[in-house]
Design a protein around this ligand. Structure first.
Ligand code: DSN
Length: 434
């Protein structure tokens, strides 16, 4: 079992950093919707000797005659890849099985790189992408001007309806007809309701667009059948592997067979060099976990907990974007600038002082700048991994109210932190690392 004893001997400074982080993760309530806590098995694979190996290329080739994918030895640019090939093959086959995909590329180092490779596989710089606005729940790499995506492509955004704060598919269709995008892209970092991929597919077909879904946040829910699966509808699906899916930090692309060669070409050598095979092995271990009945139960509990936390917050007078959640996350709307209510930034800081980790987030039609923001995004994947249930969600909703009510009172925030630590101590997770 890994317990950092070697680092303790050779690099005490780094050991101290690691232990501080272990203690922070153990003692705090982790409510960042995109974070989770991986198993010891996933950690072991991520810390394995596979980190030593270069393996540019793939463990397969496409047959020249039939185009069929065939696993074969020596498909790489380096020797000694016989075991690396097996690790990557396990990750690929498990990913395909979980999501029902025709092809999987497990090499992207991150969701951003997966998105970059996916766009380049089907579009050229200057082509139009229709995507969700960042401030309405989208992601930087979906076309924000400061990201490669916004710099290289012509981005048209859709948003949520002002009243319901959910997608208005008729309006999205109108935009698609008007702008004839090369790519229609959906997926979100801060959208609490279910996305109807079937409707997006229909719009994409109507305007002849390629349909790409970034399912990073909800991949675990999809694996467990708790959210509509985009794989049957989308041409290409990108994801990270470390959010609800609870694997090593990394990315992945799933696609239809006819996009496989281009996707592969754009991951390597298009965007990346040598794959991180220790991380790929770790993804494979997480995928194996994701195929278990326990994982399905875990995902169900994530959603139950999110609903319980949302209910607890609504009962305490908080406003939630789209009035609740169907997923693992929810967004508190603290109120407009000048309303006397704290900003997201201020609330995030106060929560931190109370041992509750969350992030400020813009809400749709936000009146504050993104770095200040009017929202707080909360998610239940990590606390559910620790074993917390609806009862604890009620307690967390009360902590959050107490923080808001005592936002200027540091002494009280420290008092709340003591109660938070009392709660987290009942749900140890990384005790073996301490
Ligand atoms: N940074 C991630 C999130 O917090 O949602 C998205 O990549």
């Amino acid at each position: 079992m890994l317990n950092y004893q070697e680092i303790k001997k050779t690099d005490p400074e780094m050991y101290e950093v690691l232990m501080n982080e272990v203690n922070r993760q153990e003692d705090n309530l982790e409510l960042i919707a995109s974070e989770n806590m991986v198993s010891a098995a996933v950690l072991e694979a991520a810390g394995s000797v596979l980190t030593n190996k270069y393996a540019e290329g793939y463990p397969y080739r496409f047959s020249r005659k039939t185009g069929e994918l065939k696993y074969r030895l020596n498909g790489r640019y380096y020797g000694g890849c016989e075991y690396i090939d097996e690790a990557e093959k396990l990750a690929i086959e498990r990913a395909k099985k979980i999501f029902g995909a025709e092809h999987a590329n497990v090499q992207p180092h991150s969701g951003s790189q997966a998105n970059m490779a996916a766009y380049f596989a089907v579009a050229k710089p200057g082509d139009t992408i229709l995507s969700l606005k960042l401030s309405h729940g989208g992601h930087l790499t979906h076309g924000h001007p400061i990201s490669f995506s916004g710099k290289l492509f012509n981005i048209i955004n859709y948003g949520v309806d002002k009243k319901t704060e959910v997608f208005d598919y008729d309006k999205i269709r109108e935009k698609a007809i008007e702008h004839k995008p090369k790519i229609i892209l959906t997926g979100a970092s801060a959208y609490p309701r279910e996305i109807d991929f079937k409707k997006f597919r229909k719009i994409a077909d109507e305007v002849g667009a390629v349909f790409i879904v970034d399912m990073a946040h909800i991949a675990g829910l999809i694996a467990a059948g708790l959210h509509m699966n985009p794989v049957p509808y989308a041409d290409i699906v990108t994801t990270t592997t470390h959010k609800t899916l609870r694997g090593a930090r990394g990315g992945m692309i799933l696609c239809k067979e006819n996009y496989a060669k281009d996707v592969d070409k754009w991951v390597f050598p298009g965007v990346q060099g040598g794959p991180l095979e220790h991380i790929i092995a770790s993804k494979a271990v997480a995928f194996k976990e994701a195929m278990s009945p326990e994982f399905n139960e875990y995902q169900k509990q994530i959603v139950k907990n999110a609903k319980a936390l949302a209910q607890g917050l609504l009962e305490r007078g908080f406003n939630l974007v789209a009035n609740g959640t169907d997923t693992h996350l929810m967004m508190i709307n603290l109120g407009e600038k000048g309303s006397g209510n704290p900003s997201g930034k201020k609330m995030e800081k106060a929560l931190d002082k109370a041992g509750i980790t969350a992030n400020k987030n813009t809400v749709p039609f936000d009146t504050r700048k993104p770095f200040v923001a009017s929202g707080i995004r909360l998610g239940t994947p990590a606390v559910t991994t620790r074993g917390m249930k609806e009862k604890e969600m009620e307690q967390i909703a009360e902590f959050i109210l107490q923080v808001k009510n005592n936002i200027e009172n540091d002494e009280k925030l420290v008092e709340i932190k003591k109660d938070v630590v009392k709660l987290t101590k009942q749900f140890p997770f990384y005790a073996y690392l301490r």
